[in-house]
Design a protein around this ligand. Structure first.
Ligand SMILES: Nc1ncnc2c1ncn2[C@@H]1O[C@H](COP(=O)(O)OP(=O)(O)OP(=O)(O)O)[C@@H](O)[C@H]1O
Ligand SMILES: [Mg+2]
Length: 501
């Protein structure tokens, strides 16, 4: 019996002309949590997809628990005990939680689906994992965080895996949910499960990982021991250079400057209750809170995606009625939405078109798109956030997860709106690009743009924003300014009052 659950040597993979993997090695000891890190496009997901039988390698060897493996399909990989939770959520939105968990296994070979048993099993699996999610809820009605949890539970409990691959599981989770996930991962490890863990949040890796492998440009560049290495060591290996500062200095702003956006008593029955906030010229303001606290709902209401029952919105002192996103855009509000896959980007369209879509006015005259201007804007965006891609004409879907995010964020950073709302702008983005996005946000603010940032990462709120609102259960629980913003102070406001003992 091998010590290694997974042993990968010399694996390579190309897509057309793109070398996704040149030569990677990865040795994962059984019963450990092994972190896999690397910049966007380094090849992490590609290797995991090979291990999960979704892609076929071009060269190299793979052993699973000491036996050679060359999976032609996901089913073959599952039979050897491997389960993968993808970076992009894979649940069917129109099916219930229980149906999604048992998908592919619905009737147990007969025409008869035992709904009651299925719902009961799904419900108890979820509560064993620490979450109170109803098995009959439609997955499309769940937040992305809860969808992720359903997927993880499915792999663990229903597929009964021995090796669990998590491709950026916490990108959609806020800190308390991450704590719950980590408790569960530690328990799984104790019970002998091997976990391969991909994340761009380096502080998490020190909390959870027993070993770290760093990929760069399709190669393994380092195997590090989290007990003896530093965050600096990981970043230097990942990026190939030292990173000066993650957060730029906060731009100067006038605390009594003109109010760009004033929201008063925004109410949506059962969702938002009397939400009031404001945003001044050149300000970066956070919207913090747990998942489900109403943060995204506030910005959806402001942007005219969801209807409101009461409340007013003023832009630069003028009352505006916003019924649809085009109303919001007309008065100078831009939004980078949370679920970028569904709302932000158009996967089959080219990277170039996706980047410049919101900027149509700048590049088209009399309705005719100016191809040269379009290319110039796309090139500038690519340079700014350093997107790893083959050609700007390739489809957005050919990019790695993090690089897709960069394209969508870049597109909005191109617009000339005065108010920019960013919902989790750096989710899934590598540290180098994170720093880049932060400095673009700071530069926009220095130009007078007012920026409202939703983030589940407290360090991001504290490092980037002048002040933050904290939401809890659909209301603004408080506001913290400057030095008042600490992780503890934010969490104290974010946690629903009835849960405080
Ligand atoms: N289907 C595909 N067609 C063309 N190129 C692809 C395809 N899938 C991946 N690639 C390319 O292979 C490279 C590695 O991508 P991969 O998704 O493995 O990166 P990653 O390390 O998971 O990055 P991220 O942190 O952004 O998720 C990227 O340059 C990507 O554009
Ligand atoms: Mg990936």
């Amino acid at each position: 019996m091998s010590d290694y659950a997974i042993r990968i040597e010399g694996v390579g993979k190309t897509f057309g002309g793109v070398h996704a993997l040149r030569d990677v090695a990865l040795r994962v000891r059984a019963g450990t949590i092994h972190a896999l890190v690397g910049e966007n496009g380094a090849g992490k997901s590609t290797l995991m997809n090979i291990l999960a039988g979704i892609l076929r390698r071009d060269k190299g060897t793979i052993e699973v628990f000491g036996d050679p493996a060359d999976f032609a399909s996901p089913v073959e990989s599952q039979k050897r005990g491997i389960a993968i939770i993808h970076q992009e959520l894979a649940l069917a939105p129109d099916l219930s939680v229980a149906e999604n968990m048992f998908l592919g296994d619905l009737g147990n070979g007969s025409m008869f689906v035992d709904w009651k048993t299925m719902n009961r099993k799904a419900g108890s699996a979820l509560s064993a994992f620490g979450f109170n999610i109803s098995p009959t809820t439609m997955c499309g009605d769940l937040s992305v965080a809860y969808q992720q949890i359903v997927e993880i539970t499915k792999a663990l409990v229903i597929q009964d895996c021995r090796v669990l691959i998590l491709d950026e599981p916490t990108a959609v989770l806020a800190d308390p949910e991450t704590d719950v996930l980590f408790d569960n991962l530690r328990k799984l490890k104790e019970s002998g499960i091997t976990i391969i863990y991909i994340s761009h949040r380096l502080e998490e890796i020190f909390r959870i990982a027993d070993a770290i492998t760093v990929f760069k440009d399709g190669r393994t560049v380092a195997d590090l021991d989290p007990r003896s290495c530093t965050e600096e060591d990981i970043i230097t290996n990942m990026v190939g250079r030292r990173l000066e500062a993650l957060f730029p200095p906060k731009p100067e702003r006038d605390p009594d400057g003109d109010v760009l956006l004033k929201v008063d008593n925004l109410t949506r029955s059962g969702v938002l209750d009397n939400v009031s906030l404001n945003l001044r010229v050149g300000e970066i303001v956070g919207l913090s809170g747990l998942i489900g606290s109403g943060r995204s709902e506030v910005v959806r209401a402001i942007f005219g995606i969801d209807p409101i029952d009461a409340g007013t919105i003023e832009v630069s002192g003028k009352r505006q009625v916003i019924r649809k996103p085009s109303d919001a855009m007309r008065v100078g509000i831009g939004l980078v939405p949370e679920d970028r896959k569904r709302q932000g980007g158009i996967l089959p369209m080219s990277i170039r078109e996706n980047m410049t879509m919101t900027n149509l006015e700048a590049i088209s005259r009399f309705g005719i798109t100016n191809a040269r201007a379009e290319r110039r804007i796309a090139q500038a965006s690519q340079d700014r956030v350093k997107i790893k891609l083959g050609a700007l004409n390739d489809a957005l879907s050919s990019l790695s997860g993090g690089n897709q995010q960069k394209v969508i964020v870049a597109k909005w950073l191109n617009t000339d709106c005065k108010i920019l709302i960013l919902d989790e702008p750096t989710r899934g983005v590598d540290v180098g690009a994170k720093a880049e996005i932060y400095s673009i946000i700071a530069a926009l603010a220095a130009d007078g743009v007012g920026i409202l940032v939703i983030s589940s990462e407290l360090v991001e709120i504290i490092g980037l924003c002048h002040r933050t609102y904290v939401m809890s259960e659909g209301v603004i629980a408080g506001e913290l300014k400057g030095g008042e913003m600490t992780e503890e102070a934010i969490m104290r406001l974010a946690i629903p009052k009835r849960r405080v003992h």
